[in-house]
Write a protein that binds this ligand. Structure first.
Ligand code: COA
Length: 336
């Protein structure tokens, strides 16, 4: 007989933390290094400035974001069970960035790992963390989205260098027996047919580092912007509309859409498709650009800090990124 799985716990976000580097690169700066204009960047992407980490690596930003989270929630690092870091710019291939964060914050009892899903990384990591909580074995899981995109961006390529920035943000997941709060549902997809549209081909086992890979600029991110735009605008909107339908909801039931911040035009199309007005869309792309795995948690942390989220708010998180990877998630905010 088929038995329907009934969850005992929901994973609830019980705290947020964030870190962005101090150094700001505005659009005017890009006018001085590539053939572009402030006007083009603003109208085509919505970006006005982005943050750049001058010294240090992704783990340093991730550590600061988690320290902010620990302070905001009054959490003892020794009580953390697991740390998941979503990133495509780990400090090194190994050890995992999560191990470095674990050591930096003194989370002596935690295990952890990195998760690579580009701009959908945080969504994938949040679902993974939720699974750990729902299983009942782990009580405090830290999920981080962190990327130092400036380490893989080619600052001679005007099509990509204007888009990306550096940043990190984190959330704490804990169990709730009240299933009306927390993560209810997600739709997560990967489609490797997009492998040649958004990638970094150098440095891995396919193209180990060599003089040739450096000469061919293979250690930089490559994006076929037009192709990615077309798929992103369709898939992020589809998957966001689908999670509403699947759960018998409409845009009116949603307090906020929390979209990956890649391009304001993609965000607008997603909101329109869901029937969500622009005042209910979390936006900070103008300040930070595309920070890859950090965009969604940065939105959550900022809106939370500014008191714009209230207990019971229904949120839809949505992302699209390299892989291709994409997805949406429905959750109810559980913090007073
Ligand atoms: N400044 C001025 N002109 C630029 C430019 C820049 N920074 N970058 C590109 N252009 C030019 C192009 O060379 C092209 O010129 P041409 O017509 O003479 O060839 C023209 O602008 C249009 O280029 P196009 O690539 O069609 O621009 P776009 O409107 O699609 O915007 C992106 C480019 C990258 C902003 C956009 O494609 C995009 O956001 N893509 C998806 C990003 C995304 O979602 N990624 C997934 C997650 S990371």
């Amino acid at each position: 007989m088929k038995t329907k799985y009934k969850r005992q716990y929901n994973a609830v976000i019980t705290g947020t933390g964030m870190y962005v580097p101090e150094k700001i690169l505005d659009n005017k700066y890009f006018e001085s290094i590539v053939d572009t204009t402030d006007e083009w960047i603003k109208t085509r992407t919505g970006i006005e400035e982005r943050r750049i980490l001058e010294n240090g690596a992704t783990s340093d930003m991730a550590t600061k974001a988690v320290e902010d989270l620990l302070q905001n929630t009054g959490t003892n690092p020794e009580d953390i069970d697991a740390i998941i870091v979503a990133t495509v710019t780990p400090d090194m291939f190994f050890p995992a960035t999560a191990c470095l964060v674990q050591d930096n914050i003194g989370a002596k009892k935690a295990w952890g790992f990195d998760l690579s899903a580009a701009c959908s990384g945080f969504l994938y990591a949040l679902q993974t963390g939720a699974g750990l909580i729902e299983g009942g074995q782990f009580k405090k899981v830290v999920v981080v989205g962190a990327d130092k995109m400036s380490s893989i961006v080619d600052y001679t390529d005007r099509k990509t260098c204007i888009i990306f920035g550096d940043g990190a943000a984190a959330v704490l997941l804990e169990p709730s027996e009240d299933l009306s709060y927390g993560i209810h549902d997600s739709i997560l997809v990967c489609d490797g047919s997009g492998r040649d549209k958004l990638f970094m081909e150098g440095g891995g086992s396919l193209n180990p580092p060599s003089h040739e890979t450096v000469d061919k600029r293979m250690h930089y991110l490559f994006q076929d912007g037009k192709a990615v735009f077309k798929v992103a605008v369709q898939q992020m909107a589809d998957v966001s509309a689908e999670i509403l339908e699947k759960n018998g909801l409409t845009g009116d039931d949603i307090a906020y859409l929390v979209p990956h911040q890649a391009n304001l035009r993609i965000i607008d199309a997603t909101a329109r498709r869901m029937g969500i007005s622009s005042d209910k869309v979390m936006i900070n792309i103008q300040k930070y650009g595309n920070t890859t795995a950090a965009t969604i948690p940065l939105c959550l942390a900022e809106y939370h800090k500014d008191g714009k989220l209230k207990k019971g708010d229904k949120l839809v998180l949505a992302a699209f990124g390299g892989g291709y990877t994409f997805g949406s998630m429905l959750l109810t905010w559980g913090i007073d």
